[in-house]
Write a protein that binds this ligand. Structure first.
Ligand code: SAH
Length: 415
């Protein structure tokens, strides 16, 4: 195996389980004998050693300032059964959380939707796996994970009882620093599902509510698993209320609000495809509902129009896409958050609630809170924080990878 030798004293962070080796820490690279090029290939497994030749770990080589992402610490080769064991460890966490269906030890028998692997948060840097009923959707954010995709798929089938199919969806997430071999999207394991399965009915269950998941054309892995707990909170407060779910995507918050006994629910998203799915999901779970309306519209335009029409709501949910994808976009993003929150707060009846979120990793909790409070001040309303929300337990955070912590939300009481 190719060996990466660090400069003196650069081994300390790896000994504290920091999963990345930066290129500046490397003294030299010794290519293994069968190597053809003059540098490791992107995605290749390499062994990292200290200046004193101590084996610090094995990881994926990549091009850029992060040169190696460590998979296994303190070893000189990847342990046998590495992928199976690591996926099993992730699975055990979800099992302990009560997220796995049909497990007599867990209280929840109504859920087969969960995030199984959250990158660094599960000691698998660059890998995301979401499970929907019998299908796992895998997303690689590093070439190393792309190279390892077949071993990952096999481990998923071997470890996760409910998983029979593995779909790979990395078109949008793989870095483009080197030419990448192999398909970035498609089935890795498939027990009899045709490529046209998306035209058939496919349902996944979250907390007893059925969702049609379209991983082929949908956003991310097909669904926003990260709002599960926050949706449940909306259910708790929805009774008798007129609810507006902005940026609804496939209607997650809307279904919980309906189950919670909302008087009316309006769902809005700019994507007509998303709105079609909301209607399918509402019809599946609440076939007799007459109190739900879904509209394809731009959020800013919609709120302006509704305001002009004199409409108000008891509970509004704002879950926009990441306004800041990079650090340099933070200022504009904060302006966007302030604008959209001001528009929403204006339309909340006195004593109503606002559920407002940011999934921009680059926008921190304090900055987001300030933007929301500025929005309230701007429209002359008094607000107080009732809940501070975040991503759920199946999205664990690695202390060395703050990027893994991205979702933040506030529930505000609006006077
Ligand atoms: N709340 C959703 C996830 C929201 S993702 C859930 O629980 O599943 C963000 C959504 O915002 C996407 O569906 C996207 O289509 C939509 N969106 C993006 N820009 C928009 C805009 N300007 N107006 C309305 N919706 C928008």
């Amino acid at each position: 195996m190719t060996t990466v030798i660090l400069k003196p004293h650069k081994e300390e962070s790896l000994k504290r389980y920091h999963p990345w080796v930066f290129s500046g820490a490397i003294a030299r690279v010794v290519l293994d004998a069968k190597h053809k090029g003059d540098a490791p290939a992107e995605g290749e497994l390499v062994c990292v050693r200290s200046a004193a030749n101590e084996a610090l770990g094995v990881g994926h080589w990549q091009i850029g300032s992060i040169a190696v992402r460590i998979l296994a610490f303190g070893v000189e080769e990847l342990p046998k059964n590495f992928w199976t064991e690591r996926i099993r460890a992730a699975y055990q966490v979800r099992e302990a959380l009560g997220l796995i269906q049909n497990n007599p030890n867990t209280p929840n028998t109504l859920n087969n939707t969960f995030r199984l692997v959250h990158g660094e948060g599960d000691w698998l840097p660059g890998l995301i796996v979401d499970v929907y009923a019998d299908t796992a959707v895998v997303q690689a954010h590093s070439v190393g994970m792309h190279v390892s995709r077949n071993e990952i798929a096999q481990a998923l089938i071997d470890v996760v009882q409910q998983v029979k199919n593995v779909y790979y969806k990395s078109d949008d997430t793989l870095p483009f620093k080197a030419p990448i071999e192999g398909e970035k999207t498609g089935w890795l394991r498939n027990t009899g599902i045709s490529e046209s399965r998306d035209t058939e009915e496919f349902w996944s269950v979250e907390n007893g509510l059925s969702f049609r998941i379209d991983w082929l054309r949908g956003q991310k892995t097909g669904f926003f698993v990260d709002q599960r707990e926050n949706r449940a909170l909306v259910e708790r407060y929805a009774k008798g209320k007129d609810v507006l779910n902005m940026f609804c995507y496939t209607g997650g918050f809307s279904l919980y609000a309906l189950r919670g006994g909302a008087k009316s629910v309006d769902s809005v998203d700019v994507s007509q495809k998303a709105i079609d799915l909301v209607n399918i999901n509402v019809a599946k779970n609440f076939p007799d509902a007459t109190n739900h309306t879904a509209v394809a519209a731009d959020a800013f335009d919609y709120l302006s129009q509704q305001k002009a029409a004199g409409r108000t709501f008891d509970l509004i949910i704002l879950d926009p896409p990441a306004f800041a994808k990079h650090r340099d976009a933070v200022k504009n993003a904060l302006r966007g958050y302030q604008r959209i929150n001001a528009k929403a707060i204006e339309m909340i009846r006195p004593g109503g609630l606002l559920f407002t979120f940011s999934c921009s990793q680059a926008v921190d909790k304090e900055a987001f809170r300030l933007a929301v409070f500025s929005a309230a001040a701007q429209v002359g309303r008094k607000v107080r924080i009732l809940h501070q929300l975040h991503q759920p337990q199946d999205h664990p955070i690695n202390i060395y990878h703050p990027e893994g912590e991205y979702l933040k939300g506030l529930v505000l009481y609006v006077e």
